[in-house]
Design a binder for this molecule. Structure first.
Ligand code: GLU
Length: 514
C-alpha cells in the first residue's frame, strides 16, 4: 500500500473553530497512526472571501495545539506550492481536458441572463432553479452555440466560466469510511462552475486536482461537504480514474445547544468556539456585531485538554476511558469508530477535561502561562520556585488556567475587599480581642512554621472559649478576602509572619467599620 497522505485544506476566511481543529486532529491522528504524512493546503481560490492574516492564524492555532504538518505553506515539501492561488496555472489544462472529453463546457451567460433563467424556470415544484440538465440547453454555452460562435467568443476574450456537465439519471456512489455506502442521483446536482471568469479554479476542481497531484490517500472533511461529493467523484472518474481517488471520511457535525454549532453560539451561550482568539474579531467586530468570545487558549484551556476533548467529540475507543494524551490518541484512534451522528458540544464537560489536565500535568508545564497572567494583572513574580510551590498548592482548585489568579493572588497581595456578608453576623468584641491578641502571639514566633501558627491559634481559641471553626473562617477572610484557597494556616505560613500580622491589623481596622 502506498504511504498514507492526508490533508487539511482550509480556506483562509476567518477564525478556526472547534470543527476545523477537530478535522485537523483526526487527520493528524490518522497520519501518525499509519506512519503517514499530514499536509496543510491553503485553499484560497475564492478571492472574494480571502481575509488577510487568516492563514498565519491557522498555523498559530496548529502550533498551539501541537498539530504541525509535515508539508505546508510554511514548511514546504515535495509538492510545493501548497497555496492554491500560487498553483493557478495548473488547473486550466484539466478544465480543458474535461471539455475536450465532453464532460464540461464553456458557459457565457451574463449575470442578467442567469437571473432571467431563475425567473423563467421557476415553478411551484422548483422554486430555486439551478443551472442543470433541465436548463443548460436553453442557455448560452458551448453546448448550444455552434463551434464557430464559440471560437469567436473565446477569441474575443469574452468573460466565461467552465461548468461540469452533470450526467442525467446516474447513480453516483462511493464508500465513505464513516457513512459506508453513500449514493446520489446525478440529476439533482447542478452543473457546478469549475473554472471561474478570473481564471481561478473553484474549490471543486482545485480540490480534486490537488488531491491527485499531492498523492492524497485519505480525505477527511466536515459532513457539510458531503453534498459536494458527487461532483468530486465524477471529476475523479473523468480526470484520473476512480482507482486513484482517496478514501473519503465525512466527519459528523458538531452540535451546539440549539442545532449545528455556530460562531454565534459563543456569544449566545458564553463559551469559546475558536481555538485561539481570532484577531479580527476582537476590537472591531466585537463592537460591531458582538460576535466575539475568547478563544479556548485565552479562556484558560491547556492544549492537551483541548485536543483530548475534541478527540472525543465524535469518537470513542469503545471503553470508558476519557483522558488521553496525544500519544494515547495516536495509539487508539480509528476512523471506523467515528460516529455518524452529530457530536454534542458540552462546555461543562469541556471544562471538566481541562480540570483533569491541570491536575494531571506538572505545574512546570503551564507555569509560564500563569505567570504571564499574573504579570498582565500587575502582580510581580520574582521567585519562580516559590511561585511553582504556590501553584502546586492550589492546582486542584483550578478548572481553567485563569482560575489560578483568584486562587493564588492573595499569596502576593493583601485583600482589597472582604466578604462582609460572611463575617458581619459573626464579628463581635470577643473575636476582635482574639485577633488582637493573636498578633502578639504571632509576633513572638521566631521560627514561623505551620505547627506553631496553628498551635498558637488553637490554644488561644480554647483559652478564650470561642468556636475554632468560626475563627478559622474569619481568619481566612482576613488573609484572602473571601472563602477560597487552601488551608488557612498554610496560607499564613506561605505569606510569612510580618505579612500575616499586617493583614490582621488591616482587617481589624476595616471590620471595626461594619
Ligand atoms: N477548502 C474547504 C474548506 O474550507 C476544504 C474542504 C475539503 O477538505 O475538501 O473547508
Amino acid at each position: 500500500m502506498s504511504k498514507v497522505r492526508v490533508r487539511f485544506a482550509p480556506s483562509p476566511t476567518g477564525g478556526l473553530h472547534i470543527g476545523g481543529v477537530r478535522t485537523v486532529l483526526y487527520n493528524y491522528l490518522f497520519a501518525k497512526k499509519n506512519g503517514g504524512d499530514f499536509i496543510v493546503r491553503i485553499e484560497d481560490t475564492d478571492q472574494t472571501r480571502f481575509v488577510p492574516g487568516a492563514e498565519q492564524y491557522i498555523f498559530d492555532c496548529l502550533k498551539w495545539c501541537g498539530l504541525m504538518p509535515n508539508e505546508s505553506t510554511i514548511n514546504g515539501g515535495p509538492h510545493a506550492p501548497y497555496r492554491q492561488s500560487e498553483r493557478k496555472h495548473l488547473y486550466k489544462q484539466y478544465a480543458e481536458q474535461l471539455i475536450k472529453d465532453g464532460f464540461a463546457y464553456y458557459a457565457f451567460d451574463t449575470p442578467n441572463e442567469l437571473e432571467q433563467m431563475r425567473i423563467d424556470f421557476k415553478t411551484v415544484d422548483n422554486p430555486l432553479p439551478q443551472y442543470d440538465g433541465k436548463v443548460r440547453m436553453q442557455m448560452r454555452n458551448s453546448l448550444t452555440l455552434s463551434a464557430d460562435e464559440v471560437k469567436k467568443i473565446l477569441d474575443e476574450n469574452t468573460r466565461h466560466v467552465v461548468r461540469i456537465k452533470m450526467p442525467a439519471e446516474e447513480t453516483i456512489s462511493f464508500t465513505d469510511m464513516i457513512h459506508d455506502e453513500v449514493s446520489f442521483n446525478s440529476s439533482l446536482v447542478d452543473d457546478k462552475v469549475l473554472l471561474k471568469a478570473d481564471g481561478m479554479p473553484t474549490y471543486h476542481l482545485a480540490v480534486v486536482v490537488d488531491d491527485f497531484l499531492m498523492e492524497i490517500t485519505h480525505a477527511f472533511r466536515g459532513e457539510e461537504w458531503l453534498s459536494s461529493a458527487p461532483v468530486h467523484i465524477l471529476l475523479w472518474k473523468y480526470l484520473f480514474g476512480l482507482e486513484h481517488m482517496p478514501q473519503w471520511a465525512h466527519l459528523p457535525l458538531i452540535m451546539g445547544p440549539s442545532g449545528k454549532l455556530s460562531k454565534r453560539d459563543g456569544v449566545k451561550y458564553g463559551f469559546p468556539v475558536f481555538a485561539i482568539n481570532w484577531p479580527q474579531t476582537t476590537a472591531e467586530k466585537n463592537l460591531k456585531t458582538n460576535e466575539f468570545t475568547d478563544g479556548f487558549k485565552e479562556k484558560g484551556f491547556l492544549p492537551e485538554a483541548f485536543i483530548n476533548l475534541l478527540a472525543l467529540l465524535g469518537w470513542n475507543d469503545g471503553t470508558e476511558q476519557e483522558i488521553y494524551s496525544i500519544e494515547e490518541l495516536i495509539e487508539n484512534f480509528s476512523i471506523e469508530r467515528v460516529h455518524t451522528a452529530g457530536a454534542k458540544f458540552d462546555y461543562e464537560k469541556a471544562k471538566w477535561f481541562n480540570h483533569e489536565w491541570i491536575k494531571k500535568l506538572p505545574v512546570s508545564n503551564y507555569q509560564q502561562r500563569v505567570k504571564e497572567l499574573f504579570v498582565s494583572k500587575n502582580v510581580k513574580i520574582n521567585d519562580d520556585a516559590h511561585f511553582k510551590k504556590i501553584l502546586d498548592l492550589v492546582k486542584e482548585r483550578c478548572v481553567l488556567l485563569t482560575d489560578f489568579f483568584d486562587q493564588a493572588v492573595f499569596f502576593y497581595q493583601p485583600p482589597i475587599v472582604y466578604d462582609e456578608e460572611s463575617i458581619k453576623s459573626k464579628w463581635d468584641d470577643a473575636k476582635h480581642d482574639f485577633f488582637k491578641e493573636l498578633t502578639s502571639k504571632y509576633n513572638g514566633i521566631s521560627d514561623w512554621n505551620l505547627n506553631l501558627i496553628e498551635g498558637e491559634f488553637k490554644a488561644l481559641a480554647t483559652e478564650k472559649n470561642i468556636k475554632i471553626g468560626e475563627l478559622q473562617m474569619i481568619f481566612r477572610i482576613i488573609l484572602v478576602g473571601s472563602k477560597i484557597g487552601p488551608g488557612v494556616f498554610v496560607i499564613a505560613e506561605y505569606i510569612g509572619n510580618t505579612e500575616t500580622i499586617s493583614r490582621i491589623d488591616n482587617a481589624l481596622i476595616n471590620f471595626s467599620l461594619f
